[in-house]
Ligand binder design. Structure first.
Ligand code: GTP
Ligand code: MG
Length: 598
């Protein structure tokens, strides 16, 4: 994107050396309109600056130029396709050969012709020439000849298009032998977009055989121009060539026949009656055009942001769904661990039934043997099974966390491409830049999170965290040595009890009264221990899973947060901008109505 000097253009046609040509407001109304206009344009400049939409600063410069134009010449700008006879018309209007004419694209720079005591030409740059000429007509206005449009040389069209906003009145020249082409229609629409008043000249009228043909051409041009402009502009058939010749020969009839005097009369009348109004209308038209562009930029930005917001909401929705899923799925892993403990308890019951009986008395008093039997028959590989279940939990949790980031990468990449194909000017430079930088950063972070995701490391960390919470339940002490020792102590005490009690009781009595109670007591104790273990494990592991989930969710929202914030603040900013622009439009309409009455 080409960036241009935002201070001012280095050339400033329209700024006259003398102020005789500048428009001095004569009435209070005009003065008030002028004052409000300046404020209005300043407001728009402020809005533009605030919006960041004017990437190259071009609109600001255009507005500045329009304001400066208020103090300058009334600019009658002659435009049209190459070879239509613009330069010839300028020469005819001045009654002198001021501009070179030619059958190939001739005029290669914008040429400002103003009044001067002697004819002089000054090439200001490759884009602009200043010409002075003593013609009386130039005391009222400055004539601007422009390079032709639709020429092979694209730069010509560009120069002219860039000059259009400065015109106070546009003379649109079309050639009678190829009236109103498609590209002329496009160009006229552009002029209308700047709110310029237009008069159309059908030049080279001498090329047509008859008045009837000329009438047809005029009707054709008028109808089509009306379609483009929305109103019927004045259309003047002219032969610039015939007018020049007639003037040189002093032939009034021929001059009248050339059509030029009618055009001149129209120009004079316009200047007499509407010069000030047109002059004051110029910045209004330019400002409206700039405001329309701004409104479009706001719309585009808003559209993009609304989509972004929808996507972020979708991510949010996915996120809470993810949490729900993780919680639910996590429960089934916890159940696996609990099942291992339930199995231990069940085996314990069988063990007690089998162990605590009279016939086992001899074994029961041998602590070591009881312990070995308990470990072999009850505990078995419960430890290893719990380890396996916890490892499965770790794997699953890792899988789920990574998947969450993968989803984010997917959505971010989708948003990343959105808006990228838009032209900077259409969206706004700062906005576009910020948004893309944010999304890129987010995308990189999400992808980085996946890449850096060292499965081994992360799974070791998770496994350690989960095992720590298994430890905290005391499973290892009870389950390993601890559980064995406690049970063995319990069983042994039963054994001593029985032997003690047995001294005063019959064997029958022991078998019937003491043993069932002791068995039940042992089972209750084991059950209570196991219950406590299960609860401890469930809440410990559950909390751990919950914490991990929170952690992952938090990491993700932290990554997305700058983007979310951007979308929110930008939407707020746009809303504010939009309402300011609406207020601005109201003021614009009021001033336009005021100017219309002048
Ligand atoms: N028959 C006829 N030819 C004309 C008339 N006006 C201009 N021409 C010729 O048309 C050709 C182009 O005229 P220019 O005035 O150079 O046209 P222009 O629109 O300025 O062209 P560019 O500067 O290239 O954009 C020249 O050969 C002129 O002599 C006219 O009224 N009748
Ligand atoms: Mg020319």
């Amino acid at each position: 994107m080409e960036s241009r000097n935002t201070e001012s253009r280095d050339e400033d046609p329209g700024q006259g050396a003398g102020t005789a040509q500048s428009v001095v407001p004569v009435s209070d109304e005009a003065r008030s309109a002028l004052r409000r206009e300046r404020a209005l344009v300043a407001d728009l400049q402020a809005l533009l600056a605030k919006s960041g939409a004017d990437a190259g600063g071009e609109a600001i410069v255009t507005l500045k130029d329009a304001l400066r134009g208020l103090d300058g010449f009334f600019l009658l700008v002659v435009v049209g396709e190459f070879n239509a006879g613009k330069s010839s018309l300028v020469n005819a209007l001045l009654g002198a050969t001021v501009m070179p004419e030619g059958v190939t694209p001739t005029t290669d720079r914008v040429t400002l012709v103003t009044h001067g005591d002697e004819a002089r030409r000054e090439e200001r740059s490759t884009e602009l020439s200043y010409v002075t000429h003593p013609a009386a007509r130039l005391e009222d206005l400055a004539l601007v000849d422009t390079p032709g449009t639709n020429a092979v040389i694209a730069r010509h069209q560009e120069l002219t298009e860039r000059f259009v906003p400065r015109a106070d009145l546009v003379l649109f020249v079309t050639s009678a032998d190829r009236p109103y082409t498609q590209s002329e229609r496009t160009f006229l629409a552009l002029i209308e977009g700047w709110g310029k008043p237009v008069a159309i000249v059908v030049n080279k009228a001498d090329l047509l055989e008859s008045d009837a043909e000329l009438g047809q051409v005029i009707e054709y041009v008028r109808t089509n121009a009306r379609d483009t402009l929305g109103y019927a502009p004045p259309v003047f058939p002219v032969s610039a060539r015939a007018a020049r010749r007639a003037r040189a020969a002093g032939d009034d009839d021929a001059l009248a026949a050339s059509g030029l005097p009618e055009l001149e009369a129209h120009l004079e009348e316009t200047l007499d009656t509407s010069k000030l109004r047109l002059k004051l209308s110029n910045p209004l038209g330019v400002a409206r055009h700039v405001a329309d562009d701004l409104a479009r930029a706001i719309d585009t930005q808003r559209g993009l942001l609304e989509e972004d917001r929808r996507t972020l909401e979708e991510v949010d929705r996915q996120q809470s769904q993810w949490r729900k899923d993780v919680r639910r799925e996590g429960q089934s892993y916890l159940d696996r661990v609990k099942t291992v403990l339930l199995e231990v308890e069940r085996r314990g019951e069988v063990f007690f039934d089998d162990m605590i009986r009279l016939s086992r008395l001899a074994t029961l008093v041998r602590t070591e043997k009881v312990r070995a039997a308990f470990e072999e028959r009850v505990l078995k590989d419960a430890d290893a099974q719990i380890d396996t279940a916890v490892a499965a939990l770790v794997d699953w949790l890792l899988e789920r966390t990574m998947q969450q980031w993968e989803d984010v990468v997917g959505f971010v990449n989708e948003r990343r491409s959105a808006g990228e194909e838009r032209v900077i000017g259409e969206v706004g430079g700062r906005f576009q830049y910020d948004r893309q930088a944010l999304i890129r950063a987010l995308s990189e972070r999400a992808e980085g999170a996946l890449e850096r995701f060292d499965r081994k490391d992360e799974s070791r960390r998770l496994a350690e965290a989960l095992q720590a919470s298994v430890m905290q339940t005391g499973l290892l002490q009870v389950g390993g040595l601890g559980l064995g020792a406690a049970t063995v102590a319990l069983v042994s005490s039963v054994a001593w009890d029985i032997t003690g009690i047995a001294a005063g009781l019959t064997v029958m009595g022991v078998g019937l009264l003491v043993l069932p109670r002791r068995r039940a007591q042992a089972k209750r104790q084991l059950h209570a221990q196991m219950q406590e273990l299960r609860d401890g494990l469930e809440s410990g592991l559950g909390r751990q899973v919950e914490e991990e989930t929170e952690r992952a969710a938090e990491r993700l929202s932290r990554a997305i947060e700058p983007y979310t914030r951007f979308v929110r603040t930008e939407l707020d900013r746009l809303e504010e901008l939009q309402s300011e622009l609406d207020a601005w439009r109201t003021e614009h309409a009021e001033i336009a109505a005021l100017v219309e009455r002048i």
